[in-house]
Ligand binder design. Structure first.
Ligand code: KG4
Ligand code: ZN
Length: 343
């Protein structure tokens, strides 16, 4: 490590994971996450319980991160934190902690947009060899709260060119899983069961939209009716067909996602495609995106599993590029429940 190295401690607490990462420049030294399991009892994230667990976990998570990074707190050059979008109470815990730390150490505070973080997770350097996206690239951002097609022209510039008009694709996974009695979060459970299922057995409704926008609420309703109708005829329908239901539904969601991606690549001529966000952990989606390399003669970028779902390393890498640009935040920043990726 050199004297002009930049050390950033980053905190992510926008939803139900308390995460702390320490970066030296664009390299991750540690990335530690305390997952909250309590929400699975309720079939979804309970905001009040999430903020209480953040309060319980944050000191220990930061402490372990500092110990594992083998640096002292005085070596830090900045403190980064997710500013939004996210749950008010959850964001507040991370932001209050980050402000106090920055104030006590007299170093800059860097508020980070969570969705920009998901996209820039592709620039996190760790021990393995990797190739990085070149600007401009198209990013399909798919999480529990977002489904967007974003054109990224540099580390600080993001333009939405299509997005969901209602539910996010992560919600379409989670709500279907709940209906099937699988538990929360549903995406990984559907992914697993789909691996041994027939993806062409069942068909679901499609919503036609202009441009590159998405809609998942109609698909979700069609899934509900499909289940209700079949269970009426056969009470064991779900148990007898669970793998095929998961495989067919997952395939349908992926087909819908890819349609706009392909249209957008053909229309714009962009040669690089990335995916980001929790749903980018989906094994079938990863394979389909990879297959576009040959089909469309493009280069694709798929995040490592640990950087798909919420993590502080992605907040740290975004803060690193903000630091280089001297984009610092005032200590008066407040949580932003809604925050566009363009902000
Ligand atoms: O990015 P993320 O961790 O949190 C948000 O910012 O929302 O995304 C969480 C979403 C959940 O809807 C979860 O079901 C979904 O990502 N997810 C998956 C998989 N792993 C996580 N969806 C499908 N397949 C997966 N393997
Ligand atoms: Zn996220």
């Amino acid at each position: 490590m050199q004297n002009n190295d930049i050390y950033i401690l980053a905190i992510e607490s926008s939803c139900d994971d308390t995460s702390c990462a320490i970066l030296c420049n664009n390299k991750v030294l540690v990335n530690i996450t305390a997952n909250q399991t309590i929400h699975s009892l309720y079939g979804g994230v309970v905001p009040e319980l999430a903020s209480r667990d953040h309060q319980k976990n944050i000191v220990a998570v930061v402490d372990i991160a500092l110990k594992n990074a083998k640096i002292t707190i005085q070596q830090l050059n900045a403190v980064a934190v997710t500013e939004g979008p996210g749950l008010m109470g959850s964001l507040l815990v991370g932001i209050s902690f980050a402000k106090s730390l920055a104030l006590a150490l007299n170093i800059p505070l860097i508020g980070v947009n969570h969705m920009q973080g998901h996209i820039l997770s592709h620039f996190i350097i760790d021990d393995t060899e990797q190739s990085l996206p070149q600007f401009p690239f198209l990013c399909l951002t798919v999480s529990g709260g977002h489904t967007q097609l974003v054109m990224v022209s540099n580390y600080l510039n993001f333009k939405i060119i299509g997005q969901t008009l209602d539910d996010a694709v992560g919600e379409a996974f989670d709500k279907a899983a709940k209906l099937l009695g699988l538990g929360y979060p549903g995406g990984p459970l559907i992914d697993k069961l789909a691996q041994t299922g027939n993806k062409t057995k069942f068909k679901f409704a499609e919503t036609k939209l202009n441009h590159y926008d998405y809609s998942f609420s109609g698909i979700k309703t069609s899934f509900l009716y499909f289940i209700q109708n079949n269970v009426q005829k056969n009470t064991n329908f779900i148990a007898e067909n669970i793998e095929d239901i998961c495989a067919s539904y997952q395939q349908h969601l992926i087909t819908v996602l890819l349609k706009n991606v392909i249209n957008c690549i053909e229309d714009t001529g962009v040669k690089q495609l990335a995916i980001a966000g929790g749903v980018s952990a989906n094994s079938a989606l990863r394979l389909h995106i990879k297959a576009l390399e040959r089909k469309l003669a493009i280069k694709t970028f798929i995040p490592k599993f640990e950087y798909c779902t919420d993590n502080a390393a992605m907040i740290g890498i975004t803060a690193y590029y903000k630091f280089l640009n001297k984009t610092f935040s005032h200590l008066s920043i407040v949580p932003k429940v809604r925050m566009s990726v363009e902000d």
